[in-house]
Design a protein around this ligand. Sequence first.
Ligand code: PBG
Length: 327
Amino acid sequence: MPYPEIRPRRLRRSTALRRLVAETRVDPAELVVPLFVKEGLTEPRAVASLPGVLQHTRESLRKAAVAAVQAGVGGIMLFGVPATRDERGSGGADPNGILNAAIRDVVSEVGDATVVMSDLCLDEFTSHGHCGLLTPDGSVANDATLAAYAEMAVAQAEAGVHVVGPSGMMDGQVGAVRQALDAAGHRDVTILAYTAKYASAFYGPFRDAVESTLDGDRRTYQQDPANLRESLREVALDVAEGADIVMVKPALPYLDVVAAVRAAVDVPVAAYQVSGEYAMVEAAAANGWIDRERVMVETLTSIRRAGAQIILTYWAVEAAQLLRERY
Ligand code: PBG
């Protein structure tokens, strides 16, 4: 038997060698934590399908934001859960709506120490749970919805948000939001576009977190999981309309899309490790079937390796601490 001349194992011999040659590192500064705030809540409340994730009160949200900054995360993505909803989702553009109030709270608490982002979508605010306004026949009206997003974007900018995240998958949403922000004097507000957002069953636990009342699905506006080339079309449109950062969502089941989008554009690419991805790992770990921490870091590393420079994850705060201590 000839001995092998080339031995890749030489680079795997020790922790120090493996660390030296690692091609991918996850840095806490690249992690963004989604946080939920619910109107009228007096105590933070656990979300059953997202162990470790809370619906915050306005007060506990401030504290969670400070803890996230101390952990060194790169950003906070805010979602609001209103006490009441209506057909038009008017709570989204109301300056005193829960999300806009929370933006003001968090920005006044953490200032520029991290990047404060907000979900820019109607679904948390509409009684029917869709991401847009409905026509009498019940379909989602694209262009009327754009006007609602424009109004909501300006309200969020006026509350002081650094980055808005249009997530409704309406055609033209990035351009409409950019135009509205600029016209209102908010040229510096950044747009993180949910560019390739799939009609995914992995969003299930999120709907609990925001108490969404949607029946039916979002397949007439979110993308078909079968399609990759369609994402490249979406990303070209978003960049042309002025997206500063583009995002793929979900993350782990769509790593091919992350890699293709990364190759297609030169703006930063983000990926959203969504609620169902998190819940699956937590549930398996709670059963003792997998090593929770190792799987957490492995999933984040894989998303990073596929080309996402920014990762939204419910583990952001814990992972930031863990990565600093042990990896
Ligand atoms: C829309 C929005 C959703 C998520 C983030 N923004 C829900 C949806 O599109 O149905 C899902 C996030 C997750 O599952 O973690 N406002």
